[in-house]
Design a protein around this ligand. Structure first.
Ligand SMILES: Cc1cc2nc3c(=O)[nH]c(=O)nc-3n(C[C@H](O)[C@H](O)[C@H](O)COP(=O)(O)OP(=O)(O)OC[C@H]3O[C@@H](n4cnc5c(N)ncnc54)[C@H](O)[C@@H]3O)c2cc1C
Length: 493
């Protein structure tokens, strides 16, 4: 029986492991950290529970498909629920907008602050759905590896998916209200890109949340990682934790073994790497196994943005907070210029606050709140000094939130932890601390991400947010489906 090694127990690694074990293969996952989940992680302290990575699940059908394919009943593992409203937006002038996947409810809200834009809102959502229908089979649910895969991409369709305009241009063309403009531009951050640079094809993202729905997982999003781990154990997958892979040994264009930091070696017939593609291709593979040109291209690929996170355990509640909350800055364009061009934390940030204790009372003591506070941050660059920046910036975020209606926030904090871009690299080896893999700021980024199987090394497969089709839970799951599809093809040949 072939021995498969999977490097990394992130969502991509776990999904690959269960799909492969379900095919009767002997699978071992080797993970640097002591727990599963990678960037989908959790902190429990002082009676507070925080998801420290994802807080919103979209396209849950991919997760259901994974359990289905493994012959399991999804509901036996996870309970998901749609949030209603999806999110509360607070603008810099105090205007608020509760947004729902129910169009009628959203329209009622919009009528109060942008009455002339209600039809345009619907027009935007219909357009997002059209783009999804034109692109999903060609770009998402397609490994884009073989000639046959590329035949599914009709170049003429490029004309109908707004690939040659930016998200910001198309949004501004469709809606007039500055509130709705900022609202629709925000979705580009779901894969860590800038709405002012990314192709307008990414206006597909509002479709998956606003038309298909945004979900919470009972117990917290980390339950997904736990459920995949339970399933993997059930299917006989072995795990080796606290073991970082230092290199991959190649012989005759095939992976022969992996070498751990401790010097131990693990032989394998197949290798699935869920480590960031830049780590795998540039650091773990020995020189000469892939071309220098390819290595340089991978080194220079633009990562997604990173995140600056505060976990705040607060001994009170606020009436104006629901589960998901956004406090918008007054100058969105400047914010993205700060992040992607100046590579600095934004002077005036938009702040996301997930308050899961609103839905899940077990996540905080009675009458208390577990606030996961996230600001989009630049990926790591040698001009930054995080030790110097971090305490001041954390204070600045707390000041802004206090001014935005979370009165007496500072004095209510009884637990605090800060996570910076440096932590995302140190803990998960994410390329330059990126949190969604590679950015989609380039209109050709769908073709720039490494495919889910190496073209140079016969038995090496790549999964995770830095590979095709991209970052975020659903796309990472899809990367595992793609990689296993390519493996199945190889087996048949
Ligand atoms: C703050 C934050 C908020 C987010 N919000 C959302 C959201 O709301 N919704 C959403 O869908 N997505 C969200 N995301 C993105 C989502 O979390 C990621 O896209 C996804 O979890 C990445 O999974 P992955 O499989 O690519 O790998 P990772 O999570 O990066 O896991 C890779 C694993 O490999 C291990 N590893 C790396 N190198 C080695 C090595 N050499 N040896 C051994 N092990 C190694 C790492 O330790 C890690 O466990 C968010 C991410 C963050 C950080």
């Amino acid at each position: 029986m072939s021995r498969v090694v999977v490097i990394g127990a992130g969502i991509g690694g776990l999904a690959s492991a269960v799909l492969l074990a379900n095919r009767g293969l002997s699978v071992m996952v080797v993970e640097k950290n002591a727990t599963v989940g990678g960037k989908m992680n959790r902190v429990i302290s002082n009676g507070y529970t925080f998801d420290t990575g994802p807080s919103l699940l979209t396209m849950p059908f991919l997760l259901e498909q994974l359990f289905d394919e493994c012959g399991q009943v999804f509901d036996d593992f996870l309970q998901i629920e749609e949030l209603d409203p999806l999110c509360r937006y607070t603008y810099s002038d105090g205007t608020t907008f509760d947004n729902y996947s129910d169009r009628k409810k959203s329209i009622q809200e919009i009528a109060t602050f942008a009455p002339s834009d209600t039809e345009n809102y619907l027009k935007f959502l219909d357009r997002a759905e059209q783009i999804y229908n034109k692109t999903a089979d060609a770009f998402l649910f397609n490994p884009l590896y073989s000639f046959g895969d590329f035949l599914k991409v009709n170049p003429l369709k490029f004309l109908g998916i707004d690939a040659f305009s930016t998200v910001a241009h198309k949004v501004d063309d469709t809606v007039n209200s500055p509130y709705l403009r900022q609202f629709f531009k925000r979705f580009t951050t779901y894969n860590g890109s800038s709405p002012f640079r990314a192709p307008a094809t990414l206006n597909v993202i509002p479709h998956v949340e606003l038309n298909q729905g945004g979900y919470y997982v009972r117990g917290g999003l980390y339950r997904i990682a736990e459920a995949l781990y339970e399933l993997a154990i059930k299917l006989g997958v072995d795990f080796t934790f606290s073991s970082e892979v230092n290199s991959i040994t190649i012989e005759n264009k095939k992976v022969k073994q992996i070498v751990l930091e401790t010097g131990s070696v693990i032989a394998c017939d197949l290798l699935f790497s869920n480590s960031d593609a830049t780590e795998t291709l540039v650091k773990l593979l020995p020189d000469g196994t892939i071309s220098q040109r390819k290595k340089e291209k991978q080194k220079n690929i633009e990562p997604s943005c990173s995140g600056f996170v505060l976990l705040l355990g607060c001994n009170r509640k606020w009436e104006n907070l629901i589960h998901h909350n956004i406090f918008f800055s007054s100058n969105y364009e400047q914010e993205f210029a700060d992040i992607f061009e100046r590579k600095m934390l934004p002077d005036e940030p938009t702040i996301y606050v997930a308050n899961s204790s609103f839905t899940d009372t077990h996540h905080a003591p009675e009458n208390a709140s577990n606030l996961f506070v996230l600001v989009n941050a630049p990926y790591l660059h040698n001009s930054q000094n995080w030790e110097e920046i971090t305490p001041n910036y954390a204070n600045k975020i707390i000041d802004i939130l206090q001014k935005s209606g979370l009165e007496k926030l500072r004095e209510s904090i009884e637990f605090q932890q800060i996570i910076t871009p440096e932590d995302f690299y140190a803990k998960y080896r994410s390329n330059k601390g990126s949190i969604y893999g590679t950015s989609s700021n380039d209109k050709f980024s769908v073709f720039l991400r490494p495919r889910n199987k190496s073209r140079e090394i016969d038995n090496l497969y790549l999964v995770g947010g830095s590979t095709h089709p991209g970052g975020g839970i659903p796309l990472v799951l899809q990367s595992a489906f793609n990689a296993v599809t390519l493996f199945d093809r190889d087996r048949r040949n």
